[in-house]
Structure formats: structure tokens, C-alpha cells
Design a binder for this molecule. Structure first.
Ligand code: ADP
Length: 256
């Protein structure tokens, strides 16, 4: 694909923690409008790659390009400002707060903490607040969360909590969304719903999606392409049908 359609490119990425090489020699790219699966057994380096991309733990070697620009080592909030949002493997919601307020928090990436803004509150902050409300209302509608908008999130079943987390990520109006095991712990019905929302986010909102998952079966149905890590190295990449038939991938998954 042409450079203009390439949302993410990781070149020869290596990240170590002390003496441990968490990932090495990882090359991958995600094109605009793709749903891309980053797959691998536990401990294979999926989260490490995500942290490298989002600036939490920059790589010691290699580079990360976002929309063609080198973002290697950029601070997490700056990566976020460039349109990257993520959800976490373990829910990172505020339990004592309502669904609506949790989603509103997703807007903070667009808020301007400048002292002038604060001083000139009625002229600047007010319209910003109104705008944030509008975005959040639209997301609540999109994610079908009207019925629980005022509930505390701790009272919700897991499937809905995960949905709130996706809603909060979408509230930042990202162009690139990283989902860390968005279907973990869900029943079949909840998984099907989540898959639908992820596909709709791509189809209706133009969001490019990277999904991290260790259960292969969950995401082969919705991914355009995927990449498999094992012990921090790429062992297979391509369309799901080819990847799941790759002998190296089969071996890594059947306890090779
Ligand atoms: P996955 O997400 O595929 O389960 P991880 O990226 O979490 O794998 O882990 C890959 C390896 O890197 C593991 O051996 C893990 O213990 C190590 N690792 C990941 N993050 C850290 C960290 N912040 N500090 C130390 N070791 C880490």
C-alpha cells in the first residue's frame, strides 16, 4: 500500500526489560481502515508492542511511524493527541462514577489545560464543555448505552463494562484504536456484540483498529490481517486463513 494509507509502521522494534528481551526484530504495518490482529500466547510480547507504540515503554531499537511520521519515544499524551486511543486488558474504568462520566473522561485528551483558558473560562471552557457533551451523547447512542448512562459502572456486567471502555476510547475521536483483549472473559453473546461494535467503528467512523488477543479463534473472524508473536518474535503474518494454517503458528499454539 502507498505510504499515505499506512497508519502504523513498526520497523525492527526491540524492547528489553533488564536482561529480558521482550520483543525483537518486530516489523509490522497497519493500513487505513484495517482491523489488524496482534496475536500470540501469553508472554509473547503483545502488550510490550502496544506500550512501544503508545509511548509508555519506547523501544530501545527500531522505530515507530504513525501516518508516516516518526513517533518513536514520543510521550503517551502526545501520541494520544495524534489520534491514538487504547483500551486496557484489565478494565481501567472509574467504578464509583457513572457510565456517562467515564465516557466524558475520554474527552480529556482534547481539553486545553492552559492558564489562559482557565482564566477566560466563560469564553473558552464553556463551548468546549458543550462540545464534549455533544460528542459523548453521540457515542452513547452509537454504543447503545442509553439505558445505563447514569448507572455506576461497578454495577454493570463485564460485557457492558467493556463496552463502556470502548465508548470512552471512541470519545477521544481516535483515528487509530488499540484494543487489548476486548472480549476477554465474555460469553458468546457479549463477544458477538463486541465484534459488531468493532466492525461498526471501522465501517461507520473510519477508525483503524489493532486488536490484541491470545485466543486465536476470537478474532480470525473480524481481522483483515494478523500477525503472530511467539517469544517476542514474529512467527507468521498475513490473512487469517493463511496464518492459522502456518506450521510455525500451529506449533506455537499446540504447545510446540
Ligand atoms: P503478552 O502481552 O503477549 O502477554 P508481554 O508483552 O506482557 O506479553 O510480555 C512479554 C515479556 O516481557 C514477558 O516475559 C514479560 O514478563 C516481560 N515484560 C513485559 N512488560 C514488562 C515490564 N514492564 N517489566 C518487566 N518485564 C516486562
Amino acid at each position: 500500500a502507498a505510504a499515505a494509507t499506512r497508519v502504523l509502521e513498526c520497523r525492527d522494534v526491540e524492547r528489553r526489560f533488564g536482561g529480558l528481551v521482550a520483543v525483537t526484530g518486530v516489523n509490522l504495518h497497519v493500513d487505513r481502515g484495517e482491523i489488524f490482529g496482534l496475536v500470540g500466547p501469553n508472554g509473547s510480547g503483545k502488550t510490550t508492542m502496544t506500550n512501544a507504540i503508545t509511548g509508555f515503554f519506547p523501544p530501545q531499537k527500531g522505530s515507530i511511524l504513525l501516518n508516516g511520521e516518526d513517533i518513536t519515544g514520543l510521550a503517551p499524551h502526545k501520541v494520544a493527541r495524534r489520534g491514538v486511543a487504547r483500551t486496557f486488558q484489565n478494565l481501567a474504568l472509574f467504578n464509583g462514577m457513572s457510565v456517562l462520566d467515564n465516557i466524558l473522561l475520554g474527552r480529556h485528551v482534547h481539553m486545553h489545560p492552559s492558564i489562559w483558558r482557565t482564566a477566560l473560562y466563560p469564553w473558552f471552557a464553556k463551548p468546549e464543555e458543550v462540545r464534549n457533551r455533544e460528542v459523548v451523547e453521540e457515542i452513547i447512542d452509537f454504543m447503545q448505552l442509553e439505558n445505563v448512562r447514569d448507572e455506576h459502572v461497578d454495577s454493570l456486567p463485564l460485557g457492558l463494562k467493556k463496552r463502556v471502555e470502548l465508548a470512552r476510547a471512541l470519545a477521544a475521536r481516535p483515528s487509530f484504536l488499540i484494543l487489548d483483549e476486548p472480549m476477554a472473559g465474555m460469553n458468546q453473546e457479549e463477544k458477538a456484540y463486541m465484534a459488531r461494535f468493532i466492525l461498526d467503528a471501522r465501517d461507520e467512523r473510519g477508525v483503524t483498529v489493532l486488536i490484541i488477543e491470545h485466543h486465536m479463534d476470537i478474532i480470525t473472524g473480524i481481522c483483515d490481517r494478523m500477525l503472530v508473536l511467539s517469544y517476542g518474535e514474529v512467527i507468521g503474518t498475513g490473512i487469517p486463513r493463511e496464518v492459522i494454517a502456518d506450521p510455525r503458528v500451529v506449533k506455537a499454539y499446540i504447545g510446540g
